[in-house]
Design a protein around this ligand. Structure first.
Ligand code: 5GP
Ligand code: MN
Length: 342
Protein backbone atom coordinates (compact mmCIF):
# COMPACT_ATOMS: atom_id res chain seq x y z
CA UNK A 1 0.00 0.00 0.00
CA UNK A 2 1.21 3.54 -0.77
CA UNK A 3 2.05 5.62 2.32
CA UNK A 4 -0.36 8.56 2.53
CA UNK A 5 1.66 10.47 5.12
CA UNK A 6 5.35 10.99 5.80
CA UNK A 7 7.15 9.08 8.56
CA UNK A 8 7.86 12.45 10.20
CA UNK A 9 4.15 13.20 10.44
CA UNK A 10 3.41 9.77 11.91
CA UNK A 11 6.23 10.31 14.42
CA UNK A 12 4.69 13.68 15.36
CA UNK A 13 1.36 11.97 15.94
CA UNK A 14 2.96 9.35 18.18
CA UNK A 15 4.80 12.12 20.04
CA UNK A 16 1.51 13.89 20.78
CA UNK A 17 -0.07 10.63 21.91
CA UNK A 18 2.81 9.81 24.25
CA UNK A 19 2.72 13.30 25.76
CA UNK A 20 -1.04 13.23 26.31
CA UNK A 21 -2.89 12.50 29.55
CA UNK A 22 -6.52 12.58 28.41
CA UNK A 23 -7.72 12.07 24.87
CA UNK A 24 -11.06 13.02 23.34
CA UNK A 25 -12.35 12.33 19.83
CA UNK A 26 -14.99 14.46 18.10
CA UNK A 27 -16.81 14.46 14.78
CA UNK A 28 -19.21 16.76 12.90
CA UNK A 29 -22.88 17.64 13.51
CA UNK A 30 -25.42 15.17 12.14
CA UNK A 31 -22.82 12.39 12.19
CA UNK A 32 -23.06 9.97 9.26
CA UNK A 33 -21.63 6.48 8.73
CA UNK A 34 -18.11 7.70 8.01
CA UNK A 35 -18.15 9.99 11.05
CA UNK A 36 -19.31 7.27 13.45
CA UNK A 37 -17.27 4.48 11.83
CA UNK A 38 -14.07 6.53 11.98
CA UNK A 39 -14.41 7.69 15.60
CA UNK A 40 -15.19 4.14 16.76
CA UNK A 41 -12.40 2.62 14.66
CA UNK A 42 -9.84 5.20 15.80
CA UNK A 43 -10.83 5.00 19.48
CA UNK A 44 -10.62 1.19 19.44
CA UNK A 45 -7.27 1.32 17.70
CA UNK A 46 -5.91 3.80 20.27
CA UNK A 47 -6.99 1.38 22.99
CA UNK A 48 -5.07 -1.47 21.36
CA UNK A 49 -1.88 0.63 21.54
CA UNK A 50 -2.53 1.63 25.15
CA UNK A 51 -4.42 4.94 25.00
CA UNK A 52 -7.88 5.43 26.47
CA UNK A 53 -10.16 8.00 24.78
CA UNK A 54 -13.70 9.33 25.00
CA UNK A 55 -15.88 10.01 21.96
CA UNK A 56 -18.10 13.09 21.81
CA UNK A 57 -20.50 14.01 19.01
CA UNK A 58 -22.41 17.32 18.84
CA UNK A 59 -25.88 15.85 18.25
CA UNK A 60 -27.81 12.64 17.63
CA UNK A 61 -26.67 10.05 15.13
CA UNK A 62 -28.98 7.71 13.17
CA UNK A 63 -30.40 4.47 14.59
CA UNK A 64 -29.03 2.55 11.60
CA UNK A 65 -25.52 3.06 12.98
CA UNK A 66 -26.27 1.98 16.55
CA UNK A 67 -25.40 -1.71 15.90
CA UNK A 68 -21.72 -0.67 15.67
CA UNK A 69 -19.93 -2.00 18.71
CA UNK A 70 -18.95 0.90 20.98
CA UNK A 71 -21.59 3.44 19.87
CA UNK A 72 -23.33 2.89 23.21
CA UNK A 73 -20.43 4.72 24.90
CA UNK A 74 -20.56 7.82 22.69
CA UNK A 75 -21.37 11.08 24.51
CA UNK A 76 -23.92 13.25 22.68
CA UNK A 77 -23.49 16.99 23.29
CA UNK A 78 -27.13 17.70 22.58
CA UNK A 79 -28.21 15.48 25.54
CA UNK A 80 -25.21 15.73 27.82
CA UNK A 81 -24.00 19.30 27.38
CA UNK A 82 -22.30 19.69 30.78
CA UNK A 83 -20.64 16.28 30.73
CA UNK A 84 -19.32 16.88 27.21
CA UNK A 85 -18.02 20.33 28.15
CA UNK A 86 -16.22 18.81 31.16
CA UNK A 87 -14.72 15.98 29.10
CA UNK A 88 -13.46 18.48 26.53
CA UNK A 89 -12.02 20.75 29.25
CA UNK A 90 -10.20 17.81 30.86
CA UNK A 91 -8.69 16.55 27.60
CA UNK A 92 -5.27 17.68 26.46
CA UNK A 93 -5.37 15.99 23.05
CA UNK A 94 -8.33 16.13 20.71
CA UNK A 95 -8.77 14.11 17.53
CA UNK A 96 -11.08 15.78 15.01
CA UNK A 97 -12.46 13.28 12.54
CA UNK A 98 -14.36 13.68 9.26
CA UNK A 99 -14.65 17.48 9.14
CA UNK A 100 -12.37 20.28 7.96
CA UNK A 101 -13.02 23.23 10.29
CA UNK A 102 -14.22 23.64 13.87
CA UNK A 103 -17.29 25.59 12.73
CA UNK A 104 -18.64 22.21 11.49
CA UNK A 105 -19.27 21.41 15.19
CA UNK A 106 -21.53 24.46 15.68
CA UNK A 107 -21.59 25.53 19.37
CA UNK A 108 -19.27 22.69 20.39
CA UNK A 109 -16.69 23.99 17.92
CA UNK A 110 -16.90 27.48 19.40
CA UNK A 111 -16.36 25.99 22.85
CA UNK A 112 -13.33 23.98 21.67
CA UNK A 113 -11.78 27.17 20.24
CA UNK A 114 -11.67 28.59 23.78
CA UNK A 115 -9.73 25.60 25.16
CA UNK A 116 -6.00 25.12 25.38
CA UNK A 117 -5.89 21.69 23.75
CA UNK A 118 -3.80 20.09 20.99
CA UNK A 119 -5.97 19.28 17.98
CA UNK A 120 -5.21 16.63 15.37
CA UNK A 121 -7.33 16.47 12.22
CA UNK A 122 -8.03 13.25 10.30
CA UNK A 123 -10.26 14.04 7.32
CA UNK A 124 -10.94 13.95 3.56
CA UNK A 125 -12.92 17.16 2.87
CA UNK A 126 -11.83 20.01 0.60
CA UNK A 127 -10.64 23.24 2.28
CA UNK A 128 -9.04 22.45 5.65
CA UNK A 129 -8.97 25.42 8.04
CA UNK A 130 -5.31 24.95 9.01
CA UNK A 131 -5.45 27.49 11.86
CA UNK A 132 -7.99 25.30 13.72
CA UNK A 133 -5.55 22.37 14.10
CA UNK A 134 -2.02 21.62 15.34
CA UNK A 135 -1.48 18.62 13.06
CA UNK A 136 -3.50 17.58 10.01
CA UNK A 137 -3.91 14.26 8.23
CA UNK A 138 -6.04 15.30 5.28
CA UNK A 139 -6.27 13.80 1.79
CA UNK A 140 -9.19 14.90 -0.34
CA UNK A 141 -9.12 12.24 -3.06
CA UNK A 142 -9.50 9.46 -0.48
CA UNK A 143 -12.92 7.79 -0.27
CA UNK A 144 -13.57 8.33 3.40
CA UNK A 145 -12.11 9.26 6.75
CA UNK A 146 -12.40 5.54 7.61
CA UNK A 147 -10.02 4.71 4.75
CA UNK A 148 -7.55 7.33 6.03
CA UNK A 149 -7.82 5.92 9.58
CA UNK A 150 -7.09 2.42 8.25
CA UNK A 151 -4.06 3.71 6.33
CA UNK A 152 -2.70 5.58 9.37
CA UNK A 153 -3.13 2.42 11.48
CA UNK A 154 -1.24 0.48 8.79
CA UNK A 155 1.56 3.09 8.80
CA UNK A 156 1.84 2.91 12.60
CA UNK A 157 1.61 -0.86 13.07
CA UNK A 158 3.06 -2.01 9.71
CA UNK A 159 0.39 -4.72 9.83
CA UNK A 160 -2.65 -5.34 7.65
CA UNK A 161 -4.74 -6.78 10.45
CA UNK A 162 -6.97 -4.95 12.91
CA UNK A 163 -9.53 -6.38 15.35
CA UNK A 164 -12.93 -7.42 13.95
CA UNK A 165 -14.55 -4.49 15.86
CA UNK A 166 -12.23 -1.95 14.24
CA UNK A 167 -12.65 -3.59 10.83
CA UNK A 168 -16.45 -3.59 11.10
CA UNK A 169 -16.64 0.11 12.05
CA UNK A 170 -14.21 1.19 9.32
CA UNK A 171 -15.97 -0.94 6.70
CA UNK A 172 -19.32 0.65 7.62
CA UNK A 173 -17.88 4.14 7.07
CA UNK A 174 -16.21 3.24 3.79
CA UNK A 175 -19.38 1.57 2.53
CA UNK A 176 -21.64 4.54 3.38
CA UNK A 177 -19.29 7.28 2.12
CA UNK A 178 -18.83 5.53 -1.24
CA UNK A 179 -22.58 4.95 -1.69
CA UNK A 180 -22.03 1.20 -1.24
CA UNK A 181 -18.93 1.28 -3.47
CA UNK A 182 -20.35 3.32 -6.35
CA UNK A 183 -18.02 6.35 -6.21
CA UNK A 184 -14.57 7.47 -4.95
CA UNK A 185 -13.28 3.87 -5.06
CA UNK A 186 -9.63 3.35 -5.99
CA UNK A 187 -8.07 -0.07 -6.59
CA UNK A 188 -6.21 0.55 -3.32
CA UNK A 189 -9.55 0.86 -1.53
CA UNK A 190 -10.62 -2.59 -2.74
CA UNK A 191 -7.33 -4.00 -1.41
CA UNK A 192 -8.18 -2.42 1.95
CA UNK A 193 -11.66 -3.93 1.80
CA UNK A 194 -10.03 -7.31 1.12
CA UNK A 195 -7.86 -6.79 4.23
CA UNK A 196 -10.93 -5.87 6.29
CA UNK A 197 -12.70 -9.02 5.08
CA UNK A 198 -9.72 -11.07 6.23
CA UNK A 199 -10.07 -9.41 9.66
CA UNK A 200 -13.39 -11.23 9.99
CA UNK A 201 -16.17 -8.81 9.04
CA UNK A 202 -19.56 -9.97 7.82
CA UNK A 203 -20.24 -7.73 4.80
CA UNK A 204 -23.81 -8.89 4.25
CA UNK A 205 -24.69 -8.26 7.89
CA UNK A 206 -23.25 -4.73 7.79
CA UNK A 207 -24.99 -3.90 4.51
CA UNK A 208 -28.30 -5.13 5.85
CA UNK A 209 -27.93 -3.33 9.20
CA UNK A 210 -27.35 -0.02 7.44
CA UNK A 211 -29.57 -0.20 4.38
CA UNK A 212 -32.37 -2.62 5.27
CA UNK A 213 -33.40 -1.10 8.55
CA UNK A 214 -35.99 1.50 7.48
CA UNK A 215 -38.90 2.29 9.77
CA UNK A 216 -42.28 2.35 8.01
CA UNK A 217 -42.35 6.14 8.47
CA UNK A 218 -38.95 6.54 6.86
CA UNK A 219 -39.99 4.45 3.85
CA UNK A 220 -43.19 6.51 3.47
CA UNK A 221 -41.18 9.73 3.77
CA UNK A 222 -38.97 8.50 0.95
CA UNK A 223 -42.01 7.87 -1.26
CA UNK A 224 -43.36 11.30 -0.33
CA UNK A 225 -40.06 12.94 -1.29
CA UNK A 226 -40.09 11.28 -4.70
CA UNK A 227 -43.67 12.46 -5.31
CA UNK A 228 -42.84 15.99 -4.15
CA UNK A 229 -39.61 16.26 -6.13
CA UNK A 230 -39.43 19.17 -8.59
CA UNK A 231 -37.58 18.66 -11.84
CA UNK A 232 -36.00 21.49 -13.85
CA UNK A 233 -35.05 19.72 -17.09
CA UNK A 234 -33.55 22.89 -18.61
CA UNK A 235 -30.98 22.91 -15.80
CA UNK A 236 -30.59 19.12 -15.54
CA UNK A 237 -31.58 19.61 -11.93
CA UNK A 238 -34.06 18.12 -9.48
CA UNK A 239 -34.76 19.23 -5.93
CA UNK A 240 -36.84 18.23 -2.93
CA UNK A 241 -38.10 20.56 -0.19
CA UNK A 242 -39.12 19.36 3.27
CA UNK A 243 -40.75 21.60 5.85
CA UNK A 244 -40.62 21.04 9.61
CA UNK A 245 -44.34 20.14 9.56
CA UNK A 246 -43.78 17.49 6.89
CA UNK A 247 -40.93 15.98 8.88
CA UNK A 248 -43.11 15.89 11.99
CA UNK A 249 -45.91 14.23 10.03
CA UNK A 250 -43.54 11.35 9.26
CA UNK A 251 -42.18 11.30 12.84
CA UNK A 252 -38.72 12.23 11.57
CA UNK A 253 -35.73 10.69 13.36
CA UNK A 254 -32.08 11.70 12.78
CA UNK A 255 -30.77 10.07 9.61
CA UNK A 256 -34.21 9.42 8.12
CA UNK A 257 -33.48 11.48 4.99
CA UNK A 258 -29.97 10.00 4.57
CA UNK A 259 -29.44 9.03 0.94
CA UNK A 260 -32.68 10.58 -0.37
CA UNK A 261 -30.78 13.33 -2.20
CA UNK A 262 -29.18 10.69 -4.41
CA UNK A 263 -32.49 9.35 -5.72
CA UNK A 264 -33.13 12.06 -8.37
CA UNK A 265 -29.70 11.36 -9.88
CA UNK A 266 -31.19 8.10 -11.18
CA UNK A 267 -33.28 10.17 -13.63
CA UNK A 268 -31.79 10.25 -17.09
CA UNK A 269 -30.19 13.67 -17.71
CA UNK A 270 -30.18 14.89 -14.10
CA UNK A 271 -26.72 16.04 -13.00
CA UNK A 272 -27.61 18.10 -9.91
CA UNK A 273 -29.85 17.14 -7.02
CA UNK A 274 -30.56 19.15 -3.89
CA UNK A 275 -32.51 18.36 -0.74
CA UNK A 276 -33.69 21.40 1.26
CA UNK A 277 -34.71 20.58 4.82
CA UNK A 278 -36.08 22.94 7.45
CA UNK A 279 -34.06 22.12 10.56
CA UNK A 280 -35.19 22.26 14.19
CA UNK A 281 -32.45 24.83 14.80
CA UNK A 282 -34.23 27.24 12.46
CA UNK A 283 -31.96 27.23 9.42
CA UNK A 284 -32.37 25.42 6.09
CA UNK A 285 -30.05 22.45 5.67
CA UNK A 286 -28.94 21.72 2.11
CA UNK A 287 -27.65 18.42 0.79
CA UNK A 288 -26.18 18.68 -2.68
CA UNK A 289 -25.12 15.94 -5.09
CA UNK A 290 -23.84 16.11 -8.66
CA UNK A 291 -22.64 13.84 -11.40
CA UNK A 292 -19.51 14.59 -13.41
CA UNK A 293 -17.59 17.87 -13.44
CA UNK A 294 -20.16 20.16 -11.84
CA UNK A 295 -18.82 20.98 -8.37
CA UNK A 296 -21.39 21.16 -5.60
CA UNK A 297 -18.52 21.93 -3.23
CA UNK A 298 -18.00 25.22 -5.06
CA UNK A 299 -21.72 25.92 -5.13
CA UNK A 300 -22.13 25.15 -1.42
CA UNK A 301 -19.09 27.21 -0.48
CA UNK A 302 -19.94 30.21 -2.62
CA UNK A 303 -23.65 30.47 -1.90
CA UNK A 304 -24.65 28.27 1.05
CA UNK A 305 -22.05 28.55 3.86
CA UNK A 306 -20.92 24.98 3.31
CA UNK A 307 -18.75 22.65 1.29
CA UNK A 308 -17.65 19.03 1.23
CA UNK A 309 -16.63 17.20 -1.93
CA UNK A 310 -16.98 17.91 -5.66
CA UNK A 311 -19.98 15.59 -6.04
CA UNK A 312 -21.38 15.56 -2.47
CA UNK A 313 -21.64 18.61 -0.27
CA UNK A 314 -23.76 20.24 2.37
CA UNK A 315 -24.64 23.76 3.36
CA UNK A 316 -26.91 26.07 5.31
CA UNK A 317 -29.23 28.93 4.47
CA UNK A 318 -30.54 31.42 6.99
CA UNK A 319 -33.56 32.70 5.07
CA UNK A 320 -36.91 30.87 4.72
CA UNK A 321 -37.32 27.62 2.78
CA UNK A 322 -39.13 29.36 -0.09
CA UNK A 323 -36.60 32.17 -0.25
CA UNK A 324 -33.76 29.64 -0.25
CA UNK A 325 -35.26 27.75 -3.18
CA UNK A 326 -35.92 30.99 -5.08
CA UNK A 327 -32.30 32.00 -4.55
CA UNK A 328 -31.18 28.54 -5.69
CA UNK A 329 -33.17 28.84 -8.93
CA UNK A 330 -31.69 32.28 -9.56
CA UNK A 331 -28.19 30.84 -9.22
CA UNK A 332 -29.08 28.03 -11.65
CA UNK A 333 -30.10 30.62 -14.21
CA UNK A 334 -26.84 32.50 -13.78
CA UNK A 335 -24.65 29.38 -13.79
CA UNK A 336 -26.35 27.96 -16.88
CA UNK A 337 -25.78 24.54 -15.38
CA UNK A 338 -25.78 21.75 -17.93
CA UNK A 339 -25.85 24.16 -20.90
CA UNK A 340 -22.84 22.40 -22.34
CA UNK A 341 -24.74 19.11 -22.49
CA UNK A 342 -28.15 20.33 -23.65
P1 5GP B 1 -24.73 15.49 3.50
O1 5GP B 1 -25.40 16.11 2.32
O2 5GP B 1 -24.78 14.00 3.44
O3 5GP B 1 -25.15 16.08 4.81
O4 5GP B 1 -23.20 15.89 3.38
C1 5GP B 1 -22.46 15.67 2.21
C2 5GP B 1 -21.01 16.02 2.46
O5 5GP B 1 -20.88 17.42 2.72
C3 5GP B 1 -20.40 15.32 3.67
O6 5GP B 1 -19.08 15.01 3.36
C4 5GP B 1 -20.49 16.34 4.77
O7 5GP B 1 -19.49 16.18 5.72
C5 5GP B 1 -20.36 17.66 4.03
N1 5GP B 1 -21.22 18.69 4.66
C6 5GP B 1 -22.51 18.57 5.02
N2 5GP B 1 -23.01 19.71 5.56
C7 5GP B 1 -21.99 20.60 5.52
C8 5GP B 1 -21.86 21.97 5.94
O8 5GP B 1 -22.78 22.61 6.45
N3 5GP B 1 -20.63 22.54 5.76
C9 5GP B 1 -19.58 21.88 5.17
N4 5GP B 1 -18.42 22.52 5.03
N5 5GP B 1 -19.67 20.59 4.78
C10 5GP B 1 -20.84 19.95 4.94
MN1 MN C 1 -16.69 11.34 5.21
Amino acid sequence: MIKLFSDTKIAELLGLLNASKKIAIVTHVNPDGDAIGSVIGWSNFLRTIGFHSVIIVPNHFPDFLKWINGTENIYVGFNQKDTCARLLREADLLFCLDFNKLSRLDAMGEYIMTLDIKKVLIDHHIGVEEKDFNLTFSKTPISSTCEIVYRIIWQITKKKHVSPQIAEALYAGIMTDTGAFTHSCSSELFRIVADLMECGIDREKIHSAVYNSFSVNRMRLMGYCITKMEVLPEYHTAYIMLTKEELERFEFEPGDTEGFVNIPLSINGIILSVLFTESKEGYIKLSLRSVGDFSVDEMARKYFNGGGHRNASGGKSFVSLNETVMFFKKILGELKIGSEIS
